[in-house]
Design a protein around this ligand. Structure first.
Ligand code: NAG
Length: 309
């Protein structure tokens, strides 16, 4: 099934748009409002953090033959032989980590395209991780953006993820959009086109990652779980699956930085580093309309393992 090109390429939560008759008018209003995109967050941190070239901070980690840099634009791709991944030279204690990504259209089930922070190579078995992962899809369904946080090995065999998954208010295969992770000692904020979509506060040392992490990106075959819990797998009839990255934005405190180093703020001046009202309104709009999974509200999970819920 292909979408009509005359309609705006947006993905609306079906619950909203399949409203009973009496609320059809309201859902029409909502749906047309959504067509204009998310409410303005009023502040655009991606425009404050300077763009760096890929080579300045990253190197290939694996699948070098499936990585190409062309005028500052990076392509990594997955086919039946291998995927590809890159890694930062430095490890960070905090920071803003962003990039613009354009995803492969069409059938991409099983394909995982991502940007994440991790210290898995330093702390095998007890590692921390903060993820933005795009989970591929079958032709007629939208991509899922998965955000996740692992703490001290909660992802190492224990599988205690802290996933929140979203649809997007635009088609991420049509254009580059900015995706970013802000990791501060007090909170993590995930942003899409400068709209905060999730805030993960530090509620206790046990539920927050605090050891230095490197920045990674990759494209790989996650058929076992990525698309509808593994129901749909990667189909290499459609290879190669290409992830396109540009406008790498990175400003952080490395392990060598002085103790006065602070990560940039994603909130406007005068808010003491807290999200503004307008940013909170935009985040609530995203969570109300596009959140498709929240680990804290999954009835199948043991919530004693995630006390922050
Ligand atoms: C992969 O896609 C092709 C083309 O649509 C189809 O014929 C084939 O059955 C698919 N393979 C699997 C394993 O689903």
């Amino acid at each position: 099934m292909s979408r009509s090109p005359t309609l705006p390429l947006i993905f609306l939560p079906s619950s909203l748009c399949m409203a009973p008759l009496f609320s059809l008018f309201f859902s029409f209003l909502m749906c047309s409002r959504n067509a204009g995109g998310a409410p303005s967050p009023g502040y655009y941190p991606s425009s404050k953090v300077s763009t760096i070239s890929f080579d300045q901070e990253f190197r290939n980690l694996w699948g070098a033959q499936h990585q190409k840099l062309d005028h500052g634009s990076l392509s990594i791709w997955l086919d039946s032989t291998t995927g590809s991944g890159f890694k930062s030279y430095h490890s960070y204690k905090s920071g803003y980590f962003g990039t613009a990504v354009k995803l492969q259209p069409g059938y991409t089930a099983g394909v995982n395209t991502n940007l994440y922070l991790s210290n898995i190579e330093d702390h095998k078995g007890t590692h921390d991780e903060i993820d933005i992962e795009f989970l591929g899809t079958t032709q007629d369904k939208p991509y899922v953006l998965q955000t996740n946080v692992y703490i001290r090995g909660s992802g190492d065999g224990k599988n205690i993820g802290r996933e929140m998954r979203f649809h997007l208010w635009f088609d991420p295969t049509q254009d580059f959009h900015n995706y970013a992770i802000l990791w501060k000692p007090s909170e993590i904020i995930f942003l899409v086109d400068d709209v905060p979509i999730r805030r993960y506060p530090r509620k206790s040392d046990a539920t927050f990652p605090s050891r230095p992490m490197y920045v990674y990106g990759s494209i790989w075959d996650a058929s076992a779980w990525a698309t509808e819990n593994g129901k749909y797998k990667a189909n290499y009839t459609y290879q190669p699956f290409i992830g396109r990255y540009q406008n790498f934005k990175l400003q952080g405190c490395t392990t060598d930085s002085t103790s006065s180093c602070r990560p940039p703020s994603v909130s406007p001046p005068g808010y003491g580093g807290k999200l503004s009202r307008q940013q909170n309104v935009a985040m609530q709009w995203v969570q109300k309309n596009y959140l498709v999974y929240d680990y804290c509200h999954d009835p199948k999970r043991d919530h004693t393992l995630t006390p922050e819920c």
